[in-house]
Design a protein around this ligand. Structure first.
Ligand code: SAM
Ligand code: DTB
Ligand code: SF4
Length: 329
C-alpha cells in the first residue's frame, strides 16, 4: 500500500520571526512538498483561481543617477532608453482608463528618480488624485521618500508605494552602490508610518545564491508588518546594463522562490512581475499554483515588453483563472 503524506514539516509561523535556518530549509524541501505546502497556505488565505491585475506606466523615463546594475533607466548605462519629463495628465488618464477597461484594478506609476524633489511631487500628486477618481487603486514608485513626502502622498489618497529590497543585504552591494539597504528600509518605514500600503519585493536572476533569495524573503517577512504586495521579478536582461549577460534562472528555481514567498508571507499578494515574456505558460501556471496571485497586466512594463493582454487573457482562460474584481484587494 502506498502511504500518502498530506503534510510537510515546515509550517508558516504565526507571528514569529523567520530564522535564517528555517527560511533556507524551505528551499531544500522536495519540490512536491514545497508546492503542496505553499498551495495549501494559498487556499487557506485566498481564492486560488483569482489573480489581481496591476498595470504599469512609466511616467518619467530614463536618466536616473543611480547605478542599479539591472536597470535600463540608469544614466550610467548605454541602453537607448527614452528620456522624458513627467507625462501630462491627459496621457496618464488615457492609459489608466485603458487599463481599467482591460480589467486592471490597480494603476502603478513609476519614475526613474533616486528620490523625488518636492516639486516632482507637485506633478505626481494630481496624477494620483485623478487615477483614484477613476475608481482604481493607485500605486507609485518614485525612489527614496522622506517622512514628509510619504505623508504628502498619503494625504493625496495613495493606496500603495512600491520600493523593492531587490536582494539580500549580503549580496546587495554587488548590485547597487549608490544607495544602501538601510536607505531602502528607511523609505519603507516612512511609507508604513504614513499608512500607505507597502509593495516591496525583489529580483531573481542577479547572480545571487539560493541563500540570498531566502534572505530577501526573510527580510520582507520579518518587517514590522509584512508587505501587502510582494513583487517577485525575474531579471529582464537588457543590453547595455552590466547584468545583460547574467545566467538564466531555471524555471523550477523561480517557482521555488514564489512558493517560499507564499509560505513566509501567507496573506500578502505575491506578484509574478517582470520577466514573464521569457517564461513558458507552464512555468507561469506552476507559479500560480505555488501562490502567485497578482501580475503586471498590459503590453509593457516600464521600458521593456510584457506579455500582450490578449495572450494573458488566453492564458487565464486555459487555466480557469479570473481577474479579481475591483476594490477587493
Ligand atoms: N526608481 C525607483 C526605484 O528604483 O526605487 C522606481 C522604479 S524601479 C525601475 C522599480 C523596480 O523595478 C526596481 O527596484 C527593480 O526591482 C525593478 N526592475 C528594474 N529593472 C529591472 C529589470 N531589468 N528586471 C527586473 N526588474 C527590474
Ligand atoms: C516591480 O517590482 N517591478 C516593476 C515595478 N515594480 C515598478 C518594474 C519592472 C521593470 C522591468 C524593466 C523595465 O521595464 O524597465
Ligand atoms: Fe534608477 Fe530605479 Fe532604475 Fe535604480 S531601479 S537605476 S533607482 S530607475
Amino acid at each position: 500500500m502506498v502511504s500518502v503524506q498530506n503534510s510537510v514539516t515546515v509550517d508558516s509561523l504565526n507571528g514569529e520571526l523567520w530564522s535564517k535556518q528555517r527560511a533556507e530549509k524551505l528551499f531544500t524541501l522536495p519540490f512536491n512538498d514545497l508546492l503542496f505546502k505553499a498551495h495549501t497556505i494559498h487556499r487557506e488565505n485566498f481564492d486560488p483561481n483569482e489573480v489581481q491585475l496591476s498595470t504599469l506606466l512609466n511616467i518619467k523615463s530614463g536618466k536616473c543617477p543611480e547605478d542599479c546594475s539591472y536597470c535600463p533607466q540608469s544614466a550610467r548605462f548605454d541602453t537607448g532608453v527614452e528620456v522624458t519629463p513627467v507625462l501630462d495628465m491627459e496621457t496618464v488618464l488615457e492609459s489608466a482608463k485603458a487599463a481599467k477597461a482591460a480589467g486592471a484594478t490597480r494603476f502603478c506609476m513609476g519614475a526613474a528618480w533616486r528620490s523625488p524633489k518636492d516639486k516632482d511631487l507637485d506633478a505626481v500628486v494630481p496624477l494620483i488624485e485623478a487615477v483614484r477618481d477613476l475608481g482604481m487603486e493607485t500605486c507609485v514608485t518614485l525612489g527614496m521618500l522622506n517622512d514628509m513626502q510619504a505623508r504628502r502622498l498619503s494625504n493625496a489618497g495613495l493606496d500603495y508605494y512600491n520600493h523593492n529590497l531587490d536582494t539580500s543585504p549580503e549580496f546587495y552591494g554587488e548590485v547597487i552602490t549608490t544607495r544602501t539597504y538601510q536607505d531602502r528600509l528607511n523609505t519603507l518605514e516612512n511609507v508604513r508610518n504614513a499608512h500607505i500600503k507597502v509593495c516591496s519585493g525583489g529580483i531573481v536572476g542577479l547572480g545571487e545564491s539560493v541563500a540570498d533569495r531566502s534572505e530577501l524573503l526573510r527580510q520582507l517577512a520579518n518587517m514590522p508588518a509584512q508587505p501587502q504586495s510582494v513583487p517577485i521579478n525575474l531579471l529582464v536582461r537588457v543590453e547595455g546594463t552590466p547584468l545583460a549577460g547574467a545566467n538564466e534562472v531555471h524555471p523550477i528555481d523561480f517557482v521555488k522562490t514564489i512558493a517560499a514567498a507564499r509560505i513566509m508571507m501567507p496573506k500578502s499578494y505575491v506578484r509574478l512581475s517582470a520577466g514573464r515574456t521569457s517564461m513558458s505558460d507552464e512555468a507561469q501556471a506552476l507559479s500560480f499554483f505555488a501562490g502567485a496571485n497578482s501580475i503586471f497586466y498590459g503590453d509593457a512594463l516600464l521600458t521593456t515588453d510584457n506579455p500582450l493582454v490578449v495572450a494573458d487573457n488566453e492564458l487565464f482562460r486555459s487555466l480557469g483563472l479570473n481577474a479579481s474584481p475591483s476594490n477587493e484587494n
